[in-house]
Structure formats: structure tokens, C-alpha cells
Design a protein around this ligand. Structure first.
Ligand code: HEM
Ligand SMILES: [Cu+2]
Length: 563
């Protein structure tokens, strides 16, 4: 276990650290100019966690405003800005970046490569994303300053036309929304191209497509989907800017344009986006669940096929966000059915995870706790999705709090849980030290409990008719107690996330030394020192099965027996 032959940050290097100005500059320079996939991966993850905290703080601000009727914690305008920034931050700055953090760090290590296919494009993609995020938050400082929240976007994260036209939004809020997301969008395009090229072209000897670790497969599918769908979003944003500054009338209903064009462009991106965010969460669960069940993943080809199927089907369901615009009944029927079709590959996935755990020797270390909670969570979220996909029910629940409860069930229940699990799992590889299991268990239980208090209860005011995106509500509606409970759950989740942040920092300096392979795992990254050297592998690996490290550890029972 304790393996001190490798440079462990904080342990071996700490005594020689000189915090002179030159040393600090050199350290900064090494991060800013890096093209190493591992450093870029770490940058993406740190960026994502930072914006998870920012978006979380915004969520808490929203929940304080709604904790009881007639609150005046935020002004209506600042509420709109904070609310828009929460959604935009969580989807684009946190969700879209954690993917490339995990993908960048892990894919080359898992496929036995030295780096990504295009290291410089990789750095360019990260910095585009980075400056897009800065541009978005810079909007807080514009006219009206911080207290009035400046020019921060206030058009909701879906920015429906025609609210975004100059006539209705004269300031710069929609400009910040569109421009910063165009910039991060270019980063996403570069990063996706890199992931796909790396998975197809950089595999070591013996790593056939049917031996790719499932994480690599699923991340590649998600990147392909991101590449396809970011295009209509970018096009719509450019059209919006043309409307606002060059006299275009794409979305201007008074001049013969159509607000529906926006809705279509946005949701042909927006719906698959859910799967761009959720597939990488699946990818993490696909690695963690088998290792902690001591069994190979059940039904490898079915996992691959269902991921590809989910990506395809998700491209044909976007108008379930638009049932209330008054489509024809044939249109409605098509989108109800295509939406429910996604249930089939999703059910296959849940079945595969359960079958992997079935009869396994399960170890409930923190990574496994999070991934198990995710599976249960995802099943529940799927059920609320089916409710919403039925057109007449959708008419009832549209724009109600039920919708907010549903998508947080999916987004927080899948993404947040799997990211947490994944970070507990790979932190030892990245830093050479384990995260504290004790803090991990606190983090886990507080987060699950807070999560259920918030989002289970949130369905009820939705059914009782509480609309989404409202600034405040009257006392006689009977939503007060429910909202109080929802807000308290949110605060419990925030405490859990702060414990996590503390764990990340303190374990970096004081955590138990991890060694190469603390979980007794079987993918290639665990065969390298922790942290891995710049060149990853001293000699190019050659693999003969899906679980190369298992073969080394159990030569009597090699993995290819099971393929
Ligand atoms: C501690 C966790 C969180 C809490 C308590 C929370 C709370 C909220 C609340 C209260 C709203 C406003 C709903 C309304 O008034 O209509 C909201 C909106 C939103 N949240 Fe969160 N949130 C959390 C985490 C997340 C995460 C992790 C994501 C995404 C990965 C996310 C994505 C969104 C989006 C996209 C909206 C836009 C609202 C809409 O579509 O109507 N949230 N959130
Ligand atoms: Cu959708």
C-alpha cells in the first residue's frame, strides 16, 4: 500500500518548495502553457468544481428568496439575473466542463496513449472555455454594478425569443449570454473533436474497439453528440446577434419573423444536451460499479449499443419541450412516442448495472455509495420523465415546479452523484493521496438526505400549481411550508458540498498515501504511478483483454475467458 518511491505532492516535494516570486511565476507558467492532457484535465475539473460552488451559491440565493411568501431578499431584477446565471452556469460552465476534465485526464491513460490526439488544440479548447466563463461573469460588473447585478443575463438559460430582441431587452444582458456561450461553444467543439480522434486513433496495441474501457466509449458518444448539437445553438446565437445589431428579423414576430424558430433551434440543442451531460455520468458509473462489485461489467456490448441508441433517439425528441405551442396531434403523438422510446436503452443500462452488482462482492466505499445512489435516483427520475412526456399531463405541469423537480432529479441525481463518486475514485491516481473516507461518508449522507428533502418535496408545489421562475408568491396559496422544506434541503446539500471541498483540499496535504492501485482495479491507468509521470507509460502497453490489470493479477483466470 504505502509506496513512497513516487513523488507524492506535499510529501516528497513539500520540503523543497520555495515560495519565492520566481517559483510562483514558474508554477503558474507551467499551468498556463501546458499541453499535457493530465494537467488540462485537472484544470477542467478545478474549473468545473469552482463553478459548481458558484452555481450552488446562486441556487441558495434563489432558495432564500423563495423560503417564505413575500420575501424581499433579492429585488425582482436581481432575482432574474441570479436565476438565469444559475441555470447557465450549471449547464455550460459546470456540466459541459466536468466531461472534458474526466475525458482528458483518463482517456489517454485508459487506452495506453501518451497524450490526446491534438495536444495544442486541447489547450486552446480549455482556454476558450475559460475565457467564455470569465466573459459571462464579467457581465456582473457592467452598468448598475454588482448590487444591481450589472448586465448579467436575465433572459433565463433558454433565452426565449422575442424577449431577447432589442425592443424588450435593451441592455447588454442577452449579448453576454450569447457571446460568452459562443466562445465556450468553440471550446466544446475543439475538445469533442479531440476526444473522438483520440479514442479512434491513439489506442495501444491490442486495444480493439470492443476492448475499449466503457468510460472511453461513452465519453466518445457524448462528445459526438455535443459536436452535433452545439452547432444549431451557435447558429441561433449568431442569428440573435444579427437580429440585435444588424437589423435581422429572424425572431422578431412584429416584422414577420418567428419566435418558434428560436424554440426549435434551442431545443434541438437543449434536449440532447441533457444526454451530453448525463452520458459521461453513466461513463463514470460504468467504471466504478464493476470494480466495487468485483465483477466484470455485465453485457458490455449492450452498454455500448444502448449508449449509441440513446444518443440517436435523443436527437428526435426535442419538441417535447414545446407541447404547449399547439402542434398538430400527429406532431404531438410523434414526440410523445419518440420520447418514450428513450426508456428502452435507458432501462437496458439500469438492468446492466443491477446485473453487475447482483451476486457481486460489493464494497461500499464512498465512490460506490455515490454510484449506487445514482442508479436508484436515475430510476426515479425516469419515472417523472414519463409523466412529463405524456402530452395532456404536460399541459397541466408545463412551466410548473414539477418540471424543475424532474430535471434536478436527472441532473443533480446523475451528474452530481457520479462526479462525486468519480472524484473519490480517481483522486488517489491524480494526487497520490486518498480522500478521507470519513468526510466522504458525511458528504454522501448529508447530500443524499438534502437532495431528497429538496427535490422530492419540490414536486408537490408543482402539482399544486406553483409556476417555475417566479420571484415570490402570496401567503394564501398554501405553498409556504413546502418551500421552507425545499430550501432547508438545499442548505443541507450546500453543507455537504462544503465538506467535500474541504476534503479535496485537506486530503491533498494530509491524505493517506495511495500507491498505484488502491482499489484493486483493472483498467490501465492503475498500472501507472500515482500521479502518473508526464509521459504516462515508460513502454507502450499491449493488452489482450478488456481488463488488462486483472490479467496481470490473476494469470490463472485471465479476462479473455469471459469476453
Ligand atoms: C444544491 C443543488 C441545487 C439547488 C438547490 C437548485 C435550485 C434551483 C432552483 C430553486 C431553481 C429555480 C427554479 C424556478 O424558480 O423555476 C433552479 C433552476 C435551475 N437549475 Fe438548479 N439547483 C441546484 C443544482 C443544480 C444543478 C447541479 C444543475 C445542473 C447541473 C441545475 C440546473 C438548473 C437549471 C438549468 C435551472 C433553470 C430553471 C428552469 O429551467 O426553469 N441546478 N435550480
Ligand atoms: Cu427534453
Amino acid at each position: 500500500m504505502a509506496d513512497s518511491t513516487y513523488p507524492i505532492p506535499g510529501a516528497v516535494e513539500a520540503p523543497s518548495r520555495r515560495w519565492s516570486q520566481a517559483a510562483v511565476l514558474e508554477w503558474l507558467n507551467s499551468w498556463v502553457t501546458t499541453v499535457d492532457h493530465k494537467k488540462l484535465g485537472i484544470l477542467y475539473i478545478v474549473y468545473a468544481i469552482f463553478f459548481l460552488l458558484v452555481g450552488g451559491a446562486e441556487a441558495i440565493a434563489i432558495r432564500i428568496q423563495l423560503i417564505q411568501p413575500n420575501m424581499h431578499f433579492l429585488s425582482p431584477q436581481v432575482f432574474n439575473r441570479i436565476f438565469t446565471m444559475h441555470g447557465t452556469t450549471m449547464v455550460f460552465l459546470f456540466g459541459m466542463t466536468y466531461i472534458f476534465g474526466f475525458a482528458n485526464y483518463l482517456i489517454p491513460l485508459m487506452i495506453g496513449a501518451r497524450d490526446m490526439a491534438f495536444p495544442r488544440l486541447n489547450a486552446l479548447s480549455f482556454w476558450l472555455t475559460f475565457f467564455g466563463g470569465i466573459l459571462l461573469y464579467y457581465s456582473f460588473i457592467g452598468g448598475g454594478g454588482l448590487y444591481g447585478a450589472g448586465n448579467a443575463p436575465d433572459v433565463m438559460w433558454w433565452a426565449y425569443a422575442p424577449l431577447t430582441e432589442r425592443a424588450f431587452s435593451p441592455g447588454h444582458a442577452p449579448d453576454y449570454w450569447a457571446l460568452s456561450l459562443i466562445v465556450t461553444g468553440f471550446g466544446t467543439i475543439g475538445a469533442s473533436i479531440n476526444v473522438i480522434s483520440t479514442a479512434f486513433c491513439m489506442r495501444c496495441k491490442g486495444m480493439t474497439l470492443m476492448r475499449l474501457p466503457l468510460l472511453v466509449w461513452v465519453m466518445t458518444v457524448a462528445s459526438g453528440l455535443a459536436l452535433i448539437t452545439i452547432t444549431p445553438l451557435t447558429a441561433a446565437q449568431v442569428m440573435l446577434l444579427i437580429d440585435r445589431y444588424l437589423g435581422g428579423h429572424f425572431f422578431d414576430t412584429q416584422a414577420g419573423g418567428s419566435a418558434m424558430i428560436w424554440a426549435h433551434f434551442f431545443w434541438i440543442f437543449g434536449h440532447p444536451e441533457v444526454y451530453v451531460l448525463v452520458l459521461p455520468a453513466f461513463a463514470i458509473a460504468n467504471e466504478v460499479i464493476p470494480v466495487f462489485s468485483r465483477k466484470a461489467m455485465f453485457g458490455y456490448p449492450a452498454v455500448v449499443a444502448s449508449s449509441v441508441a440513446i444518443a440517436f433517439v435523443s436527437l428526435g425528441v426535442w419538441a417535447h419541450h414545446m407541447f404547449t405551442i399547439g402542434m398538430t396531434s400527429v406532431g404531438n403523438a410523434f414526440f410523445v412516442l419518440s420520447t418514450e422510446l428513450v426508456g428502452i436503452p435507458t432501462a437496458i443500462k439500469i438492468f446492466n448495472w443491477l446485473a453487475t452488482m447482483w451476486g457481486g462482492k460489493i464494497r461500499f466505499a464512498t465512490p460506490m455509495l455515490f454510484c449506487t445512489a445514482f442508479v436508484i435516483q436515475f430510476l426515479l427520475a425516469g419515472l417523472t420523465g414519463i409523466i412529463l412526456s405524456i402530452a395532456p399531463w404536460n399541459w397541466q405541469l408545463h412551466n410548473s415546479y414539477f418540471v424543475i423537480a424532474h430535471f434536478h432529479y436527472i441532473l443533480v441525481g446523475a451528474i452530481a452523484f457520479c462526479i462525486f463518486g468519480g472524484i473519490y475514485y480517481w483522486y488517489p491516481k491524480v494526487t497520490g493521496r486518498m480522500l478521507s473516507e470519513k468526510l466522504g461518508k458525511w458528504h454522501f449522507w448529508l447530500f443524499v438526505i438534502g437532495f431528497h428533502i429538496t427535490f422530492d418535496v419540490m414536486h408537490i408545489p408543482g402539482i399544486l400549481g406553483m409556476p417555475r421562475s417566479i420571484y415570490t408568491y402570496e401567503a394564501d396559496r398554501g405553498w409556504g411550508t413546502l418551500n421552507m422544506i425545499v430550501s432547508i434541503g438545499g442548505i443541507i446539500q450546500a453543507i455537504a458540498v462544503l465538506i467535500f471541498a474541504w476534503n479535496l483540499i485537506s486530503s491533498y496535504f494530509k491524505g493517506k498515501i495511495a500507491g498505484n492501485d488502491p482499489w484493486d482495479a483493472w483498467t490501465l491507468e492503475w498500472s501507472t504511478p500515482s500521479p502518473p509521470p508526464v509521459y504516462n507509460f515508460a513502454t507502450d502497453p499491449v493488452v489482450t483483454s478488456r481488463r488488462p490489470l486483472w490479467d496481470l493479477k490473476h494469470p490463472d483466470d485471465p479476462d479473455w475467458h469471459y469476453e
